[in-house]
Design a protein around this ligand. Structure first.
Ligand code: PLP
Length: 411
Protein backbone atom coordinates (compact mmCIF):
# COMPACT_ATOMS: atom_id res chain seq x y z
CA UNK A 1 0.00 0.00 0.00
CA UNK A 2 2.43 2.70 1.17
CA UNK A 3 5.18 4.05 -1.04
CA UNK A 4 7.64 4.28 1.82
CA UNK A 5 7.72 8.09 1.99
CA UNK A 6 7.44 9.66 5.41
CA UNK A 7 4.53 11.94 6.20
CA UNK A 8 5.20 15.00 8.39
CA UNK A 9 3.68 13.01 11.25
CA UNK A 10 5.01 9.87 12.88
CA UNK A 11 2.86 7.42 10.93
CA UNK A 12 4.06 5.97 7.68
CA UNK A 13 1.95 6.73 4.62
CA UNK A 14 -0.36 3.83 3.88
CA UNK A 15 -0.14 2.11 7.27
CA UNK A 16 -3.94 2.13 7.45
CA UNK A 17 -4.52 -1.50 6.45
CA UNK A 18 -8.28 -1.17 6.81
CA UNK A 19 -8.62 1.31 3.97
CA UNK A 20 -9.92 -0.27 0.78
CA UNK A 21 -10.39 3.04 -0.98
CA UNK A 22 -8.32 6.12 -1.69
CA UNK A 23 -11.26 8.29 -0.64
CA UNK A 24 -11.98 9.77 2.77
CA UNK A 25 -14.82 7.71 4.23
CA UNK A 26 -17.34 10.59 4.31
CA UNK A 27 -20.08 8.41 2.83
CA UNK A 28 -21.36 4.93 3.75
CA UNK A 29 -21.63 3.87 0.14
CA UNK A 30 -24.06 1.28 -1.24
CA UNK A 31 -22.38 -1.61 -3.08
CA UNK A 32 -23.65 -0.46 -6.48
CA UNK A 33 -21.75 1.26 -9.30
CA UNK A 34 -24.11 3.13 -11.59
CA UNK A 35 -22.72 3.62 -15.08
CA UNK A 36 -25.55 4.86 -17.29
CA UNK A 37 -28.72 6.92 -16.96
CA UNK A 38 -31.62 7.86 -19.16
CA UNK A 39 -34.85 9.52 -18.06
CA UNK A 40 -36.15 7.77 -14.94
CA UNK A 41 -33.78 4.82 -15.30
CA UNK A 42 -30.25 3.90 -14.22
CA UNK A 43 -28.05 0.91 -15.04
CA UNK A 44 -25.19 -0.52 -12.97
CA UNK A 45 -21.94 -2.07 -14.19
CA UNK A 46 -23.52 -5.55 -14.07
CA UNK A 47 -26.39 -4.54 -16.35
CA UNK A 48 -29.03 -4.31 -13.61
CA UNK A 49 -31.70 -1.68 -14.20
CA UNK A 50 -33.09 0.66 -11.52
CA UNK A 51 -36.12 2.93 -11.36
CA UNK A 52 -34.67 6.17 -9.99
CA UNK A 53 -36.85 7.73 -7.29
CA UNK A 54 -34.05 9.78 -5.71
CA UNK A 55 -32.50 11.66 -8.67
CA UNK A 56 -29.06 11.99 -7.11
CA UNK A 57 -30.93 13.65 -4.29
CA UNK A 58 -33.24 16.08 -6.10
CA UNK A 59 -30.62 16.97 -8.73
CA UNK A 60 -31.67 15.38 -12.02
CA UNK A 61 -35.11 17.01 -12.04
CA UNK A 62 -35.47 16.55 -15.83
CA UNK A 63 -34.36 12.91 -15.64
CA UNK A 64 -30.94 11.60 -16.62
CA UNK A 65 -29.21 13.09 -19.66
CA UNK A 66 -32.10 15.34 -20.83
CA UNK A 67 -31.69 15.80 -24.60
CA UNK A 68 -31.84 19.59 -24.88
CA UNK A 69 -29.47 20.20 -21.97
CA UNK A 70 -27.03 17.62 -23.33
CA UNK A 71 -27.10 19.24 -26.76
CA UNK A 72 -26.37 22.74 -25.35
CA UNK A 73 -23.55 21.39 -23.16
CA UNK A 74 -21.96 19.59 -26.09
CA UNK A 75 -22.18 22.73 -28.25
CA UNK A 76 -20.59 24.81 -25.47
CA UNK A 77 -17.81 22.23 -25.05
CA UNK A 78 -16.66 23.08 -28.57
CA UNK A 79 -16.67 26.85 -27.94
CA UNK A 80 -15.36 27.88 -24.53
CA UNK A 81 -15.20 26.24 -21.09
CA UNK A 82 -13.97 28.87 -18.69
CA UNK A 83 -13.17 32.56 -18.43
CA UNK A 84 -12.69 34.69 -15.35
CA UNK A 85 -15.55 36.68 -13.91
CA UNK A 86 -13.32 39.70 -14.58
CA UNK A 87 -14.80 39.51 -18.10
CA UNK A 88 -18.29 39.84 -19.53
CA UNK A 89 -19.97 36.43 -19.68
CA UNK A 90 -23.06 36.65 -21.93
CA UNK A 91 -24.18 33.14 -20.98
CA UNK A 92 -24.18 34.16 -17.31
CA UNK A 93 -26.28 37.25 -18.08
CA UNK A 94 -28.72 35.05 -20.00
CA UNK A 95 -29.04 32.47 -17.20
CA UNK A 96 -29.51 35.25 -14.64
CA UNK A 97 -32.19 36.93 -16.78
CA UNK A 98 -34.03 33.61 -17.09
CA UNK A 99 -34.05 33.36 -13.29
CA UNK A 100 -35.07 36.96 -12.58
CA UNK A 101 -37.64 36.89 -15.42
CA UNK A 102 -39.41 33.93 -13.83
CA UNK A 103 -39.12 34.76 -10.10
CA UNK A 104 -39.56 37.69 -7.72
CA UNK A 105 -35.77 38.23 -7.60
CA UNK A 106 -33.91 41.04 -9.39
CA UNK A 107 -30.28 39.95 -9.12
CA UNK A 108 -28.33 36.68 -9.14
CA UNK A 109 -24.92 35.52 -7.89
CA UNK A 110 -23.69 32.22 -9.32
CA UNK A 111 -21.56 29.74 -7.38
CA UNK A 112 -21.04 25.97 -7.37
CA UNK A 113 -23.17 24.35 -4.67
CA UNK A 114 -26.02 24.78 -2.22
CA UNK A 115 -23.74 25.47 0.72
CA UNK A 116 -21.95 28.18 -1.24
CA UNK A 117 -25.27 29.74 -2.24
CA UNK A 118 -26.27 29.84 1.44
CA UNK A 119 -22.87 31.26 2.41
CA UNK A 120 -23.46 34.03 -0.12
CA UNK A 121 -26.92 34.65 1.36
CA UNK A 122 -25.52 34.86 4.90
CA UNK A 123 -22.76 37.20 3.77
CA UNK A 124 -25.17 39.41 1.82
CA UNK A 125 -27.55 39.67 4.80
CA UNK A 126 -24.74 40.68 7.16
CA UNK A 127 -23.22 43.11 4.71
CA UNK A 128 -26.58 44.72 3.92
CA UNK A 129 -27.14 45.47 7.59
CA UNK A 130 -23.57 46.52 8.25
CA UNK A 131 -22.70 48.48 5.10
CA UNK A 132 -26.04 49.74 3.77
CA UNK A 133 -28.08 50.08 6.97
CA UNK A 134 -25.11 50.95 9.13
CA UNK A 135 -26.15 48.68 12.00
CA UNK A 136 -24.10 45.95 13.63
CA UNK A 137 -26.71 43.31 12.93
CA UNK A 138 -25.23 39.97 12.06
CA UNK A 139 -27.21 37.14 13.63
CA UNK A 140 -29.12 34.61 11.48
CA UNK A 141 -32.01 32.69 13.02
CA UNK A 142 -32.74 29.25 11.57
CA UNK A 143 -34.94 26.29 12.58
CA UNK A 144 -34.39 23.01 14.38
CA UNK A 145 -34.11 20.07 11.93
CA UNK A 146 -33.18 22.40 9.07
CA UNK A 147 -30.32 21.64 6.70
CA UNK A 148 -28.28 24.39 5.04
CA UNK A 149 -24.96 22.80 4.07
CA UNK A 150 -21.55 21.58 5.21
CA UNK A 151 -19.30 24.64 5.25
CA UNK A 152 -18.54 26.00 8.72
CA UNK A 153 -21.12 28.78 8.48
CA UNK A 154 -23.85 26.68 6.87
CA UNK A 155 -23.39 23.71 9.21
CA UNK A 156 -23.69 26.18 12.08
CA UNK A 157 -26.90 27.49 10.51
CA UNK A 158 -28.15 23.91 10.18
CA UNK A 159 -30.51 22.98 13.03
CA UNK A 160 -29.19 19.42 13.48
CA UNK A 161 -26.40 18.66 15.96
CA UNK A 162 -25.08 15.62 14.07
CA UNK A 163 -23.47 17.78 11.35
CA UNK A 164 -21.63 19.87 13.98
CA UNK A 165 -19.94 17.12 16.00
CA UNK A 166 -16.16 17.50 16.21
CA UNK A 167 -16.03 20.78 14.31
CA UNK A 168 -15.76 23.23 17.22
CA UNK A 169 -15.39 26.14 17.51
CA UNK A 170 -18.32 27.12 15.32
CA UNK A 171 -18.67 30.62 13.89
CA UNK A 172 -20.68 33.05 16.04
CA UNK A 173 -23.95 34.61 14.99
CA UNK A 174 -26.39 31.73 14.54
CA UNK A 175 -29.40 30.60 16.57
CA UNK A 176 -31.94 27.83 15.89
CA UNK A 177 -35.50 27.70 17.22
CA UNK A 178 -38.10 24.93 16.78
CA UNK A 179 -40.16 25.13 13.59
CA UNK A 180 -43.74 26.35 14.13
CA UNK A 181 -42.85 27.78 17.58
CA UNK A 182 -43.73 31.45 17.15
CA UNK A 183 -43.08 32.52 20.77
CA UNK A 184 -39.59 30.95 20.61
CA UNK A 185 -38.91 32.76 17.35
CA UNK A 186 -40.06 36.10 18.75
CA UNK A 187 -37.96 35.59 21.85
CA UNK A 188 -34.88 34.84 19.73
CA UNK A 189 -35.09 38.12 17.79
CA UNK A 190 -32.78 40.83 19.17
CA UNK A 191 -30.93 44.00 18.21
CA UNK A 192 -28.35 41.74 16.60
CA UNK A 193 -30.71 39.80 14.32
CA UNK A 194 -30.02 40.31 10.62
CA UNK A 195 -32.16 37.62 8.98
CA UNK A 196 -34.34 34.55 9.34
CA UNK A 197 -33.40 31.64 7.11
CA UNK A 198 -35.79 28.75 6.41
CA UNK A 199 -36.72 25.94 4.06
CA UNK A 200 -40.30 25.78 2.76
CA UNK A 201 -40.20 22.01 3.18
CA UNK A 202 -37.58 20.75 5.61
CA UNK A 203 -36.24 18.04 3.34
CA UNK A 204 -33.18 16.41 4.96
CA UNK A 205 -34.83 16.96 8.34
CA UNK A 206 -37.69 14.54 7.58
CA UNK A 207 -39.87 16.12 4.86
CA UNK A 208 -41.82 18.66 6.91
CA UNK A 209 -43.70 21.30 4.88
CA UNK A 210 -43.94 24.58 6.77
CA UNK A 211 -47.48 25.60 7.74
CA UNK A 212 -48.92 28.60 5.90
CA UNK A 213 -49.83 30.53 9.06
CA UNK A 214 -46.30 30.15 10.35
CA UNK A 215 -44.82 31.41 7.09
CA UNK A 216 -47.11 34.45 7.28
CA UNK A 217 -46.11 35.08 10.87
CA UNK A 218 -42.41 34.84 9.97
CA UNK A 219 -42.89 37.32 7.17
CA UNK A 220 -44.74 39.71 9.49
CA UNK A 221 -41.95 39.46 12.08
CA UNK A 222 -39.34 40.20 9.42
CA UNK A 223 -41.22 43.33 8.38
CA UNK A 224 -41.78 44.47 11.96
CA UNK A 225 -38.13 44.09 12.96
CA UNK A 226 -36.48 45.01 9.66
CA UNK A 227 -35.05 41.51 9.14
CA UNK A 228 -34.23 39.92 5.82
CA UNK A 229 -36.06 36.71 4.95
CA UNK A 230 -33.81 34.09 3.34
CA UNK A 231 -35.46 31.01 1.84
CA UNK A 232 -33.24 27.97 1.22
CA UNK A 233 -34.65 26.48 -1.98
CA UNK A 234 -31.60 24.30 -2.67
CA UNK A 235 -33.75 21.15 -2.59
CA UNK A 236 -37.25 22.58 -3.11
CA UNK A 237 -36.41 24.81 -6.08
CA UNK A 238 -36.50 24.19 -9.85
CA UNK A 239 -40.05 22.86 -9.93
CA UNK A 240 -39.62 20.12 -7.34
CA UNK A 241 -42.64 21.05 -5.17
CA UNK A 242 -45.05 21.90 -8.00
CA UNK A 243 -44.04 25.57 -8.45
CA UNK A 244 -40.76 26.80 -9.93
CA UNK A 245 -39.87 27.78 -6.33
CA UNK A 246 -41.66 26.53 -3.23
CA UNK A 247 -42.13 30.01 -1.72
CA UNK A 248 -44.58 30.73 -4.56
CA UNK A 249 -47.06 28.35 -2.88
CA UNK A 250 -47.23 30.85 -0.02
CA UNK A 251 -47.40 34.04 -2.11
CA UNK A 252 -44.12 34.92 -0.46
CA UNK A 253 -41.50 37.32 -1.83
CA UNK A 254 -38.31 36.52 0.06
CA UNK A 255 -35.55 39.11 0.13
CA UNK A 256 -33.06 36.38 -0.72
CA UNK A 257 -33.40 32.78 -1.84
CA UNK A 258 -30.92 30.12 -2.83
CA UNK A 259 -30.97 27.29 -5.36
CA UNK A 260 -28.56 24.57 -6.42
CA UNK A 261 -29.50 20.88 -6.70
CA UNK A 262 -31.88 20.97 -9.69
CA UNK A 263 -30.32 24.07 -11.27
CA UNK A 264 -27.80 22.27 -13.48
CA UNK A 265 -29.43 18.88 -14.19
CA UNK A 266 -26.37 17.29 -12.57
CA UNK A 267 -23.74 19.89 -13.44
CA UNK A 268 -22.42 21.38 -10.15
CA UNK A 269 -23.83 24.89 -9.85
CA UNK A 270 -25.60 27.05 -7.28
CA UNK A 271 -27.11 30.51 -7.17
CA UNK A 272 -28.20 33.14 -4.70
CA UNK A 273 -31.04 35.37 -5.82
CA UNK A 274 -32.05 38.65 -4.22
CA UNK A 275 -34.17 41.75 -4.43
CA UNK A 276 -32.85 44.84 -6.20
CA UNK A 277 -32.41 46.85 -2.97
CA UNK A 278 -29.76 44.38 -1.86
CA UNK A 279 -27.60 45.01 -4.93
CA UNK A 280 -25.61 47.83 -3.36
CA UNK A 281 -24.59 45.64 -0.41
CA UNK A 282 -22.23 43.71 -2.66
CA UNK A 283 -19.70 45.93 -4.41
CA UNK A 284 -16.84 44.82 -6.68
CA UNK A 285 -14.51 42.62 -4.67
CA UNK A 286 -16.86 41.96 -1.73
CA UNK A 287 -17.71 38.40 -2.81
CA UNK A 288 -16.69 36.09 -5.62
CA UNK A 289 -16.05 32.63 -6.96
CA UNK A 290 -13.48 31.39 -9.48
CA UNK A 291 -15.82 28.83 -10.99
CA UNK A 292 -19.16 30.56 -10.40
CA UNK A 293 -21.03 31.24 -13.62
CA UNK A 294 -18.55 29.97 -16.20
CA UNK A 295 -19.68 29.60 -19.83
CA UNK A 296 -19.85 25.81 -19.48
CA UNK A 297 -22.07 25.73 -16.39
CA UNK A 298 -24.22 28.59 -17.66
CA UNK A 299 -25.04 26.79 -20.90
CA UNK A 300 -26.42 23.97 -18.75
CA UNK A 301 -28.32 26.30 -16.41
CA UNK A 302 -29.99 28.22 -19.24
CA UNK A 303 -30.95 24.99 -21.03
CA UNK A 304 -32.25 23.49 -17.77
CA UNK A 305 -34.46 26.49 -16.96
CA UNK A 306 -35.75 26.68 -20.55
CA UNK A 307 -36.54 22.96 -20.54
CA UNK A 308 -38.28 23.17 -17.16
CA UNK A 309 -40.48 25.99 -18.49
CA UNK A 310 -41.12 24.39 -21.90
CA UNK A 311 -41.99 21.01 -20.40
CA UNK A 312 -44.15 22.71 -17.74
CA UNK A 313 -42.20 20.64 -15.25
CA UNK A 314 -43.55 22.43 -12.14
CA UNK A 315 -47.17 21.77 -13.15
CA UNK A 316 -46.31 18.19 -14.01
CA UNK A 317 -44.65 17.81 -10.61
CA UNK A 318 -47.80 19.12 -8.94
CA UNK A 319 -50.02 16.68 -10.85
CA UNK A 320 -47.69 13.71 -10.49
CA UNK A 321 -47.21 14.57 -6.82
CA UNK A 322 -50.97 14.45 -6.24
CA UNK A 323 -51.20 11.14 -8.06
CA UNK A 324 -48.23 9.62 -6.23
CA UNK A 325 -49.61 10.76 -2.88
CA UNK A 326 -53.07 9.36 -3.71
CA UNK A 327 -51.65 5.99 -4.78
CA UNK A 328 -49.42 5.76 -1.70
CA UNK A 329 -52.37 6.50 0.54
CA UNK A 330 -54.46 3.85 -1.22
CA UNK A 331 -51.77 1.20 -0.86
CA UNK A 332 -50.34 2.09 2.52
CA UNK A 333 -53.09 4.05 4.28
CA UNK A 334 -53.94 1.45 6.91
CA UNK A 335 -50.48 -0.08 7.20
CA UNK A 336 -49.39 -0.32 10.85
CA UNK A 337 -45.76 0.50 9.96
CA UNK A 338 -46.73 3.77 8.20
CA UNK A 339 -47.22 6.75 10.52
CA UNK A 340 -47.89 9.38 7.87
CA UNK A 341 -47.32 10.39 4.27
CA UNK A 342 -46.55 14.06 3.59
CA UNK A 343 -44.79 16.42 1.25
CA UNK A 344 -45.29 18.88 -1.60
CA UNK A 345 -45.19 18.06 -5.31
CA UNK A 346 -42.55 15.41 -5.92
CA UNK A 347 -40.82 15.75 -2.56
CA UNK A 348 -42.64 13.12 -0.52
CA UNK A 349 -41.87 11.52 2.81
CA UNK A 350 -43.32 8.29 4.21
CA UNK A 351 -42.86 8.39 7.97
CA UNK A 352 -42.54 4.89 9.41
CA UNK A 353 -42.73 3.36 12.88
CA UNK A 354 -39.07 2.32 12.84
CA UNK A 355 -35.80 2.49 10.90
CA UNK A 356 -36.21 2.24 7.13
CA UNK A 357 -32.64 1.61 5.97
CA UNK A 358 -33.35 -2.11 5.39
CA UNK A 359 -36.24 -1.14 3.13
CA UNK A 360 -33.94 1.13 1.09
CA UNK A 361 -31.42 -1.73 0.68
CA UNK A 362 -34.06 -4.30 -0.25
CA UNK A 363 -35.49 -1.78 -2.74
CA UNK A 364 -32.08 -1.57 -4.40
CA UNK A 365 -31.95 -5.37 -4.70
CA UNK A 366 -35.36 -5.29 -6.42
CA UNK A 367 -34.45 -2.42 -8.74
CA UNK A 368 -35.77 0.80 -7.21
CA UNK A 369 -33.71 3.63 -5.71
CA UNK A 370 -34.96 6.00 -3.01
CA UNK A 371 -33.45 7.57 0.11
CA UNK A 372 -34.21 8.33 3.72
CA UNK A 373 -34.76 11.65 5.49
CA UNK A 374 -33.71 10.84 9.03
CA UNK A 375 -33.83 7.24 10.31
CA UNK A 376 -37.59 6.60 10.01
CA UNK A 377 -38.63 8.48 6.88
CA UNK A 378 -38.53 7.18 3.31
CA UNK A 379 -38.01 10.08 0.91
CA UNK A 380 -39.22 9.92 -2.68
CA UNK A 381 -37.73 12.31 -5.25
CA UNK A 382 -38.56 11.11 -8.77
CA UNK A 383 -37.75 13.35 -11.73
CA UNK A 384 -40.42 15.90 -12.58
CA UNK A 385 -41.25 14.31 -15.94
CA UNK A 386 -41.85 10.86 -14.42
CA UNK A 387 -44.71 9.00 -16.14
CA UNK A 388 -47.89 7.62 -14.59
CA UNK A 389 -46.72 4.09 -15.46
CA UNK A 390 -43.43 4.66 -13.66
CA UNK A 391 -45.27 6.00 -10.62
CA UNK A 392 -47.56 2.95 -10.63
CA UNK A 393 -44.55 0.66 -10.86
CA UNK A 394 -42.76 2.47 -8.03
CA UNK A 395 -45.81 2.47 -5.76
CA UNK A 396 -46.28 -1.27 -6.34
CA UNK A 397 -42.67 -1.95 -5.38
CA UNK A 398 -42.58 0.41 -2.39
CA UNK A 399 -45.92 -0.81 -1.02
CA UNK A 400 -44.74 -4.43 -1.26
CA UNK A 401 -41.45 -3.55 0.45
CA UNK A 402 -43.21 -1.84 3.35
CA UNK A 403 -45.93 -4.49 3.69
CA UNK A 404 -43.35 -7.30 3.80
CA UNK A 405 -41.23 -5.31 6.26
CA UNK A 406 -44.28 -4.77 8.49
CA UNK A 407 -45.12 -8.50 8.31
CA UNK A 408 -41.57 -9.49 9.30
CA UNK A 409 -41.70 -7.03 12.22
CA UNK A 410 -45.08 -8.65 13.10
CA UNK A 411 -46.91 -5.33 13.21
C1 PLP B 1 -28.45 19.75 -0.22
C2 PLP B 1 -28.85 20.98 0.51
C3 PLP B 1 -27.91 21.99 0.83
C4 PLP B 1 -26.44 21.82 0.54
O1 PLP B 1 -26.18 21.77 -0.82
P1 PLP B 1 -24.73 21.28 -1.33
O2 PLP B 1 -24.79 21.47 -2.82
O3 PLP B 1 -24.55 19.87 -0.92
O4 PLP B 1 -23.73 22.18 -0.70
C5 PLP B 1 -28.36 23.12 1.45
N1 PLP B 1 -29.67 23.28 1.76
C6 PLP B 1 -30.59 22.36 1.48
C7 PLP B 1 -32.01 22.60 1.81
C8 PLP B 1 -30.21 21.16 0.85
O5 PLP B 1 -31.13 20.23 0.60
Amino acid sequence: MGNGQETPFNGEKGTDQAAESSLFPTYARYPISLVKGEGSWLWDDKGNKYLDFMCGLAVTNLGHAPAKVKEKLKAQLDELWHVSNLFQIPGQEKAAALLTGNTCADAVFFCNSGAEANEAAIKLARRYHQKVKGTGRHEIITFTQSFHGRTLATLTATGQDKVKEGFLPLPAGFKSVPLHDLPALEAAISQDTAAIMMEMVQAEGGVYPVETEFVEAVQALCRKHGLLLIIDEVQTGMGRTGKLFAHEHYGLEPDIFTVAKGLGSGFPVGAMLGKGYLREAFSAGSHGSTFGGTPLSMSVVAATIESILEEEAPQRAAESGHYLMKRLNEELGGNPFVKGIRGKGLLIGIECAGPVNDIVLEGQRRGILFVTAGPNVIRLLPNLLVTKEEIDQAVGMIAALIQEHAAVKQL
